[in-house]
Ligand binder design. Structure first.
Ligand code: CTP
Ligand code: CA
Length: 227
């Protein structure tokens, strides 16, 4: 029984996790999306719940089952993901693992866009809100710990550090998503943890193992032994 509490170091803590791709509608039958499977975010949500946290998982469309003990909020677009995240606040910690589409079509067509002999449709793009940056720069509603990912295909540490500074989050989990790494949509991930104090390379491991490491680091952080 005493041990039980030690095994649930995040008991009473509320955590927000985003996961999966977003779908940005073009018309009633088409959308813009990406190759994200949602596996890493779902694994993090599960690992946090295993440590006793109260977890809200805001997810784009995936083929995954909701982990036990996790509250799922399903959304499709980036705008809806932002609204669902804001509705989940206040939280103690937020982990942004979603592969949010950077752009949406400015005006969604309410009718299916038809082919018209050789005349191509011109899709006008607009930039989506940056959910991580928005939550990182909130005033009193800012979570104590904000963790982002950095999906990079080159200069991982340099680009990751730039994202840490630009977005105003506390930690960045940088990963190489280039061709051949198998990270995007795959089962393994290699992370470099970046904070204002450290650059720490983790071994390549399963997304579940990465998730357990992330959750344990978050538990350590909330126990007061900062990383
Ligand atoms: N992110 C977000 N909202 C967006 C875009 C990104 O919350 N509209 C979050 C992701 O969930 C991730 C982090 O920001 O935690 C970095 O995402 P990434 O795609 O690597 O960076 P971007 O800032 O979008 O820059 P770029 O894609 O140009 O590298
Ligand atoms: Ca992006």
């Amino acid at each position: 029984f005493f041990q039980k509490n030690a095994e649930k170091p995040l008991k009473g803590r509320k955590m927000l996790v985003t996961a999966g791709p977003t779908h940005e509608p073009i018309d009633p039958v088409r959308y813009i999306a990406n190759r994200s499977s949602g596996k890493q975010g779902y694994a993090i949500a599960a690992a946090l719940a295993d440590l006793g946290a109260d977890v809200v998982l805001v997810s784009g469309p995936t083929r995954l089952e909701t982990p036990r003990g996790v509250t799922l909020k399903s959304i499709e677009s980036a705008k809806d993901m932002l609204a669902a995240c804001e509705a989940a606040l206040p939280v103690d910690g937020a982990i942004f693992a979603a592969a949010v589409a950077d752009w949406r079509v400015e005006t969604e067509s309410d009718q299916k866009i038809k082919k018209r002999d050789g005349q191509l449709p011109h899709l006008c793009l607009a930039e989506n809100p940056d959910i991580l940056a928005t939550v990182s720069t909130l005033g009193k509603n800012r979570p104590t710990l904000v963790v982002g990912f950095a999906a990079e295909t080159q200069a991982i540490i340099e680009n990751g550090k730039a994202k840490l500074a630009k977005k105003g989050c506390d930690w960045i989990l940088a990963n190489d998503v280039g061709i051949g790494t198998g990270t995007f949509g795959g089962d393994e991930n290699q992370i470099i943890l970046l904070t204002d104090k450290l650059v720490e390379e983790w071994p390549k491991q399963s997304k579940e193992a990465v998730a357990r490491t992330v959750a344990a680091r978050i538990a350590t952080y909330f126990q007061g032994d900062d990383v």
